[in-house]
Design a protein around this ligand. Structure first.
Ligand code: NAD
Length: 292
């Protein structure tokens, strides 16, 4: 059995998987591969699967499966798994880091010091304490963020049409109701036809003036041009963003927009998470081999 590691994983992963068969990262060997391991970079399209006649199992290290054509995989009898439980702490910590970085102007403070400037008077920080955080999508990551925000003395509310109860957040019935009261809005939904382009100029009107937006969910859930306009007008006081229309983004109005704090899709990329993902992958391949 050939296992193709197509994206970046923990360097110790091949040694863990050797017991199941040959492990390679040579993508030209896709036609021989029975198992393919991906993160967000490799796109498992119908053409990709047609080029892999032996493929039986795709494992996405991480959560979002929007880079896999699930219908076509089902048609071809290819099993697809993710490692959903692994990444929640890593992504929640990045969302929290972005909230702290935006509200404390860390990127601008650093850049100005590197340029020999002293912006002590210009850079006015604000505290998270006593502010309201609105979480959009109260799943694993959203819940971990809620727990962290409460520890900082924030009031935590959330909108998630599929969650009926939470001990960690005050659930609002509509997204509008959540946006109307939130000083910070953090996005944690999957990319679906329902969530694509959700944060657009119409919905941005529902944000509090000077609200701060954080997105570690999926880039396409916001309309970048509309968010850039809201940053320029001051409607949004800041935007901490980890996720993009493509990795890396070809061009984005957000690069030039004021009060941006940007990271290159680092949400899942902690050492600890890559180890957790590796352990889950080892279990999933073990189950696959035993069930053959
Ligand atoms: P999850 O499935 O546990 O939670 C997602 C939540 O979104 C669910 O509770 C669901 O009910 C809710 N939801 C679905 N549609 C919604 C809508 N229209 N409005 C509001 N809520 C809606 O998933 P998770 O593990 O918390 O991950 C959430 C997302 O984070 C993933 O889908 C992925 O896109 C993203 N993610 C990003 C990174 C990163 O590196 N930045 C890493 C992992 C996951």
């Amino acid at each position: 059995m050939l296992i193709l590691i197509s994206d970046a994983f923990d360097p110790g992963l091949p040694a863990k998987l050797n017991k199941f068969g040959e492990v390679t990262s040579d993508k030209s060997r896709l036609p021989e591969a029975e198992v393919v391991l991906i993160r967000s970079k490799t796109k498992v399209t119908s053409e990709y699967m047609d080029g892999a006649p032996k493929l039986k199992l795709v494992i996405r290290g991480g959560v979002g499966l929007d880079n896999v054509d699930l219908d076509y995989a089902r048609e071809k009898g290819i099993i697809v798994h993710n490692t959903a439980a692994a990444s929640a702490i890593a992504v929640a910590e990045l969302a929290f880091t972005l909230m702290m970085a935006v509200t404390n102007h860390i990127a601008r403070a650093h850049q100005s010091m590197a340029e020999g400037k002293w912006l002590k008077k210009e850079l006015k920080r604000t505290e998270l304490y006593g502010k309201t955080l609105g979480i959009v999508g109260l799943g694993r990551i959203g819940t971990e963020l809620a727990i962290r925000a409460k520890a900082f003395g924030m009031t935590v509310a959330a909108y998630d049409p599929y969650v009926k109860f939470s001990e960690h957040a005050d659930l609002k019935k509509t997204l509008k109701a959540l946006l109307n009261i939130s000083d910070y809005v953090s996005m944690h939904m999957p990319l679906t036809p329902e969530t694509e382009g959700l944060i657009n100029s119409d919905l941005l009107k529902e944000f509090k003036d000077g609200a701060i937006l954080i997105n570690t969910g999926r880039g396409k859930t916001i309309v970048e041009e509309d968010v850039a306009t809201a940053l320029r007008s001051g409607k949004l006081a800041g935007f901490g963003n980890d996720v993009w229309y493509s990795d890396p983004p070809e061009s984005t109005p957000l690069r030039e927009a004021p009060n941006m704090t940007m990271t290159p899709h680092l949400g899942a990329s902690t050492k600890e998470n890559l180890l957790r993902i590796g352990e889950i992958i080892e279990d999933l391949i073990g189950e696959y081999v035993n069930g053959k």
